[in-house]
Design a protein around this ligand. Structure first.
Ligand SMILES: *Cc1c(COP(=O)(O)O)cnc(C)c1O
Length: 455
């Protein structure tokens, strides 16, 4: 065996042992950063070591410092797990080491991206000739879509931002709901658009269409972008797309939807109503590494007008290039990058249409079970309407809720985030892993009850 094969076999052994440990291991990490630094050894060696030994050292030293993110009992943030076909494909992606910039250079990658992109548009109910860019995550997918939108609304005002920059051009208004995700603010900051104007949202975080209409009317007719949300990180709520997009259209605004985890509601007949009207937007950002459960890093930037994304991201940066197909490189901020679409293709090919719907419905079913279980605990209150995968609860006052979360993390059976929602401390449960079972939910609820009793 050569060094590469020995190293791969070493990695394989550690990977399968890690995965096998998930069903029973504590979810939080056991060791601190300092302990892992000590185990790894901070000193750079003078000379080479065997590849397999290095992999073994890394895996052994890091094991106590790993959080069981892919566990069926990790409910902190919205992270997703790793679907088996996608995980194995991700290893191949590293072995293949394709540079995925151009059709002519990696035909295999371009083919997988083309097929996966088409499947995604079909499953998500979005216009079939939209462009799909494969980014690092939803933050960069929002960035990519908003770059396309910024350039498009300025182009309509006669300003070529690709050539002339923002300075001296018309001001771009950006309007978002007050409960948008902070990734939107980051994307706007990177784009030189500053902070968004905020429009009032209701108790579940849904933008109020009347307030949006009012804000649009108050601001005049300049270049405008409206940002909506599919899936509020606390309540799981979806903006009222039909009404909000109607209002934005009247003002000739570009409409972008941040649907990092929520866009996937469209794949299930039980939840597609939450997405009604969403397909009338101009651009949509989502993650494959969340709800679809492919490994990091994989976001999706979807833009109705393929030339708008190419004008913003492509090497040519020209809206007039309409004649050819475009390369993968034309739809994302990076030049060199990983073969992300391979893992998306593998997950979709493995799950099939019904499997993707079952995946989403399973997450929602577990979220409802959490809500029912918590509502039955004396002194606990579920604060949101549980419409999708998110549950927020409190256990008396802020201090008590904090204590319950701390006890739960000490217990280690499950990992659940604390957060602040509408000024209150809450326990926020996000169900996003395909491998979560009914038994995982039962065990996590038992742990919540224990934490509640002892707080
Ligand atoms: C997670 C999330 C993001 C950011 O996505 P990353 O993949 O972490 O960059 C943006 N918006 C929403 C609603 C999210 O849940």
């Amino acid at each position: 065996m050569d060094a590469r094969e020995m190293a791969l076999r070493q990695a394989y052994g550690h990977a399968v042992r890690w995965l096998a440990s998930l069903s029973d291991r504590r979810v939080p990490a056991r060791a601190s950063v300092e302990e892992i630094v000590r185990e790894l050894g901070a000193e750079l060696p003078d000379g080479p070591s065997k590849a397999a030994d290095v992999v073994d050292l890394l895996a052994t030293a890091c094991e106590p410092g790993l959080t069981a993110f892919p566990s069926g009992r990790f409910y902190g943030f919205v992270v997703g797990g790793t679907e088996p076909a996608a995980l194995a494909t991700d290893w191949l992606v590293s072995a293949w080491d394709q540079n995925c910039v151009m059709r002519a250079v990696s035909p295999a990658y371009a083919a997988a991206e083309e097929i996966a992109g088409g499947w995604l548009l079909d499953l998500l109910g979005l216009p079939s000739d939209s462009a799909v860019g494969f980014t690092t995550g939803a933050t960069m997918a929002n960035f990519t879509c908003l770059a396309a939108g910024r350039d498009a609304v300025l182009r309509r005002s006669g300003w070529n931002v690709a050539h002339d920059g923002l300075v001296g051009g018309p001001a771009v208004r950006v309007i978002a709901g007050e409960d948008r995700h902070m990734a939107i603010d980051l994307a706007l900051r990177y784009l030189g658009l500053g902070k968004p104007e905020l429009v009032k949202a209701d108790g579940q975080g849904r933008i109020e269409p009347g307030a949006l209409r009012h804000a649009l009317a108050a601001g005049g007719q300049g270049p405008t972008i409206v940002i909506l949300q599919a899936g509020d990180i606390h309540s799981g709520a979806f903006d009222p797309f039909a009404e909000a997009i109607g209002a934005a259209r009247e003002a000739d605004a570009w409409v972008h939807v941040d649907g990092a985890f929520g866009l996937w509601a469209a794949v299930s007949p039980m939840y597609a109503h939450l997405m009604a009207g969403c397909s009338y937007a101009d651009s949509w950002a989502t993650d494959a590494h969340k709800t679809l459960n492919v490994p990091y890093d994989c976001g999706l930037a979807i833009v109705r007008d393929p030339f708008a994304i190419r004008a913003a991201m492509g090497l040519q940066g020209d809206y007039l290039i309409q004649d050819e197909q475009g390369d993968p490189i034309d739809k994302v901020p990076e030049l060199s990058r990983r073969g992300r679409a391979f893992t998306v293709w593998a997950a979709l090919r493995s799950l099939g249409r019904s499997g993707v719907a079952d995946l989403v419905e399973g997450l929602c079913r577990h979220a409802s079970a959490f809500a029912t279980g918590i509502a039955g605990i004396d002194g606990a209150t579920v604060l949101n309407d549980v419409v999708f995968t998110q549950v927020c609860a409190e256990f008396g006052d802020d201090e008590r809720t904090e204590r319950v979360i701390a006890r739960l993390l000490d217990d280690g059976t499950a990992w659940i985030s604390g957060s602040t929602w509408h000024g209150r401390r809450v326990m926020r449960i996000s169900v996003s892993n395909w491998s979560t079972t009914d038994d995982d939910v039962t065990r996590a609820l038992d742990a919540i009850r224990r934490a509640h009793r002892s707080a």
